[in-house]
Design a binder for this molecule. Structure first.
Ligand code: FE2
Ligand code: FE2
Length: 473
């Protein structure tokens, strides 16, 4: 499948990096709104099978509305058209080909809804990004096919106060000052994970390769992959991991890895043969690393332990972490480990404390952060969903869980850093294969419950933090 795009305003580096672009050739119509220009991108479905056309008498359903991404200047919508109604908790029935429209209006000034995008999808799956919007501005929207408004699924995304239900969304605040850099973070890529693929390629490979290509296309030089690299921790999976990541660049030079609980599932004991280390010799269990990303310091912590889902950090690694941070405690530092850390995370996560970082290790780590106030953010994966977690100690960093890259919701997170703060936004790789896989994966696990948990809330997937980041200039 290729992509289509119509743009009525030039893509600046800033709008590009804040996640608003999509690729390709195709047919789409874009109409401008008064004020900021709007532009649109939609998936063209040449590479996935066409769905039948709706027949007379079909009770066509326009549903599965998702508003996955908002940035200061863009909103991304997706929805599908089906021949018949269906619930979330069974596999969807056949899609039907359909027209797609996005209607939009500013909500802060009296403005009627206007059609800002039109396209046609032979697969009945629509994915549209509207760009050129005004930051920190409330918009009303409707996505339509067959003249009907797209609705959330029966349950899925049918959640109080979410934009799919309210039809209202405020674009993120634009951090003040000059743009400095963008950090791309993936997690839970789970290479080797079994499950249905939309074609003969293993589906985790589709998701990972597409994501890497998208990060590269955005001109972002590095990607950080925060654990659950391999689904079973097998040697063959680790070899596949290296092969796939090599298309992006070199180990701990272009791509950076953190181990997750699944990476230890091939090691009966901590001293057993380590498949990850066999392929990446420097990647030892319970070993942290640091890298200089311009003036930003990135610290990767290994919170994994063989044959358990729980997270731990050894005494030795904690001492190494402290030594590294104390070399320059004020330096802006982004930390990542696979397991969520805080008491807030323990309470809001399925599995509670036993599923995340050990409580004593968590407190020790946070006490180290107290001595290194440059640590401003700590990213986790593991839960496959997005959630912002409060620190346990005063003045601690922003903790956050990020959505999974391979399983649903399927994508990666960008941190766009400016002098006056940063945005954190979750993105799907907008290619037909990946999006089609995501929409299949949406239905595949835990009778739909998994999807409802991991799709998260908009304010956890995409947000702006004000903070003085000018030291990174
Ligand atoms: Fe995972
Ligand atoms: Fe995990």
């Amino acid at each position: 499948m290729s992509m289509s795009e119509t743009t009525t305003s030039p893509i600046t580096r800033r709008s590009f990096l804040t996640g608003s672009a999509a690729l390709g050739l195709g047919v789409a119509t874009s109409l401008t709104l008064p004020g900021p220009q709007a532009s649109a991108a939609t998936v063209n479905d040449a590479l996935i099978p066409a769905a039948p056309k709706a027949a007379a008498g079909d009770s066509v359903t326009v549903t599965d509305l998702e508003v996955m991404t908002v940035t200061p200047t863009s909103i991304t919508f997706s929805w599908s058209t089906f021949k018949e109604p269906h619930t979330d908790h069974v596999l969807p029935n056949e899609r039907v080909a359909s027209d797609g429209e996005v209607w939009l209006a500013r909500s802060d000034v009296k403005q009627p809804l206007r059609c800002v995008h039109k396209s046609y999808s032979k697969s009945g799956f629509h994915y549209v990004t509207i760009r050129g919007l005004k930051p920190n501005t409330m918009y009303r929207f409707e996505c339509r096919s067959f003249g009907k408004k797209a609705e959330p699924g029966l349950w899925f995304t049918n959640i109080f106060n979410e934009p799919e239900v309210t039809g209202i969304l405020t674009t993120l605040a634009q951090p003040t000052g000059k743009y400095i850099q963008t950090v791309a973070i993936a997690n839970d890529i789970h290479l080797g994970k079994s499950g249905d693929s939309i074609n003969s390629t293993p589906w985790s490979e589709i998701m990972v390769s597409t994501m890497l290509a998208e990060v590269k296309r955005r001109g972002i030089p590095h990607i950080f992959i925060n654990g659950d690299l391999c689904d079973h921790g097998k040697l063959e999976e680790a070899k596949d991991l290296k092969r796939i990541l090599s298309a992006f660049g070199d180990y701990q030079k272009d791509y950076y890895m953190v181990r997750g609980n699944h990476d230890g599932f091939g090691m009966p004991t901590p001293t057993s043969f380590d498949p990850i280390q066999a392929v990446f010799p420097k990647h030892k269990l319970q070993t942290c690393w640091t890298m200089d990303y311009g003036k930003l310091r990135v610290l990767g912590i290994d919170s994994s332990w063989p044959m358990t889902n729980s997270g731990f950090i050894t005494d030795k690694q904690l001492k190494d972490i402290e030594r590294i941070l104390m070399q320059d405690p004020q330096r802006p530092t982004l930390v990542m480990a696979h397991h969520p850390v805080t008491e807030d995370a323990a309470r809001n996560t399925v599995g509670w404390r036993p599923f995340i970082l050990d409580k004593d290790d968590s407190l020790r780590l946070q006490r180290i952060f107290q001595k290194a106030p440059g640590v401003f953010f700590m990213a986790a994966g593991h839960t496959h969903r997005a959630h912002r977690d409060a620190p346990d100690l005063p003045g601690g960093p922003q903790f956050a869980q990020f959505c999974a890259s391979t399983p649903f919701p399927g994508g990666f997170t960008l941190m766009d850093i400016y002098e006056g703060g940063y945005t954190v936004t979750f993105h799907r790789a907008p290619t037909a294969q990946a999006l089609q896989q995501v929409s299949l994966s949406r239905y595949k696990q835990s009778l739909g419950y998994y999807g409802e948990y991991t799709i998260s809330r908009m304010h956890d997937r995409c947000f702006t933090v004000k903070r003085d980041m000018s030291a990174l200039r």
